[in-house]
Ligand binder design. Structure first.
Ligand code: UD1
Ligand code: CA
Length: 452
């Protein structure tokens, strides 16, 4: 049985923010949410979050699905924080202690740590740092067994030389915590109840302290300010980029790539520089994405080309389609196979049929367009009367001339032709031509005005 306790009561003064620190984000997701997600991967029975500063907003943002919150009204130290959770812990569980501002921890590292816990042992995650300044130092005896942790501020010069430091993350049996935490005192430089002091208590009882290390140092880095946040964001993104490269994606520059969600890629896809992916995005095989595209919650088929500066949100793009440059697919845009959306075209809640083209400067909203339709430059579906939205239906094989306004609700039958510059307000039957503009009048011998 596993209880996870996440410390998240701190204020985060150095973020210079009105928001509690743990709600600041990496890859668009709160630090604390990253930690909660990792805890869920461990199949924890319960996740307990110790909250203090901004407790209400933390609750509102992180939610309560299989999470219980513990209030720490005064921040009297990490030992005091964990103590607040004691009444909620199962009697015979292993307790894993995590930090809401250490977002890149990996579940493999945590699984390994939890496996160190036994009847006479606890697990402590440590790391060797070139510059250990500020961290609690791991003190070992001649045999190499851990005997205690000394906080930087309490350490003597000899102890300060130790490069192995406490990451703060540990796994301990619930019944041991119940015994040790009430014994903590605050006789130290910081006048705090220090969680690491339980290590010396464990040693005194003859228990062994089993240490484990993370695969990467970044897993245990905490965020205290915006600079560290930016640094962790880059680490996260580079790791994501490496994963995708390993899966066969061509990324023209892994340093200029951002994924704030999940990106699934097929074979032989290429992503040019400065693209941002959000939510769940799936690319088929042979998808090529030009520079500076922003794509969120989208399903893109095989052999699709998305040209530069395209924005796609909550849309579907069928096989062999091309989109952009400078196109915008809004929610519920659905392009069928071979469709072509060109520059400065906005599509919203509309189906574009197989092989149909909207190549330039158009707005298609609340529409259903059949196959092999050609929509001329500057065509607008007038879907809104200021109060209600109406639908435009365009059947297969229609040709709409440039600069046409289609005033919905409106239906164009199969193979209809619409003359350029028309304002179409009445349905058009199959194969008809609709021309809805004033006839041209030429005045011969016209004299231009002259300047007086
Ligand atoms: C802590 C460890 C130190 C370790 C370092 C690793 C202690 C006393 N020291 O130091 O050995 O090297 O982490 O980063 O544990 N918190 C609460 N309530 C409190 C106090 C803290 O929720 O009363 C939370 C903070 O919001 C923070 C975390 O616990 O997320 C760590 O507390 P902090 O005071 O930053 O400990 P460090 O000085 O970093
Ligand atoms: Ca800290």
């Amino acid at each position: 049985m596993l209880d996870v306790v996440i410390l998240a009561a701190g204020k985060g003064t150095r973020m210079c923010s009105n928001k509690p620190k743990v709600l600041h984000t990496i890859a668009g997701k709160p630090f604390l949410q990253h930690v909660v997600d990792r805890s869920r991967e461990l199949d924890a029975d319960n996740i307990h979050i110790v909250v203090g500063h901004g407790a209400d907003s933390v609750r509102a943002e992180i939610g309560s699905e299989n999470i219980s919150y513990v209030q720490q009204t005064e921040q009297l130290g990490t030992g005091h924080a964990v103590k607040q959770a004691l009444p909620q812990l199962q009697a015979d569980s292993t307790v894993l202690i995590l930090y809401g501002d250490v977002p890149l921890i990996k579940s493999e590292t945590l699984k390994n740590l939890v496996s160190q816990v036994g009847e006479k042992s606890l697990g402590l995650l440590t790391v060797n740092l070139d510059n250990p300044s500020g961290y609690g130092r791991i003190i070992r005896d001649q045999d190499g067994s851990v005997v205690s942790i000394i906080e930087h501020k309490d350490a003597n010069l000899e102890q300060q030389k130790v490069k192995e430091v406490n990451t703060g993350v540990m796994a301990v049996r619930s019944q041991d915590l119940q015994r040790w935490l009430p014994q903590l005192n605050n006789n130290n430089v910081q006048k705090e109840y220090l969680l690491p002091d339980i290590i010396a208590m464990a040693k005194a009882e003859g228990m062994s302290i089993e240490t484990a290390q993370p695969a990467e140092e970044s897993e245990v880095l905490g965020v205290n300010n915006r600079l560290q946040q930016a640094e962790l964001e880059r680490i996260y993104q580079v790791n994501m980029a490496k994963d995708l490269l390993a899966q066969g994606l061509t990324l023209l520059d892994p340093a200029r790539f951002d994924c704030r969600g999940t990106l699934k890629v097929g074979k032989d896809c290429l992503v040019d520089i400065n693209c941002v992916f959000e939510g769940d995005v799936t690319l088929g095989d042979n998808v090529k994405i030009g520079p500076n595209c922003h794509i969120s919650d989208a399903v893109i088929g095989d052999d699709v080309e998305i040209k530069s500066h395209t924005v796609i949100e909550n849309a579907q793009v069928g096989n062999n389609a091309t989109v952009g440059p400078f196109a915008r697919l809004r929610p519920q845009a659905e392009l069928n196979e071979g469709a072509k959306i060109g520059n400065f075209v906005e599509i919203k809640k509309a189906v574009i049929g197989k092989g149909s083209k909207v190549s330039h400067l158009s707005y298609i909203g609340d529409a259903e367009i059949g196959s092999d339709v050609n929509i001329g430059a500057g065509t607008i579906t007038c879907n809104y009367d200021g109060v209600n939205k109406f639908k435009t239906k365009i059947s297969d094989g229609v040709f709409v001339g440039s600069n046409t306004a289609l005033v919905a609700p409106i239906n164009l039958g199969e193979n209809v032709t619409v003359g350029a510059g028309s304002v179409v307000t009445v349905d058009v039957k199959d194969n008809d031509l609709a021309v809805a503009r004033t006839r041209q009048r030429n005045i011969s011998g016209w004299k231009r005005p002259v300047k007086k």
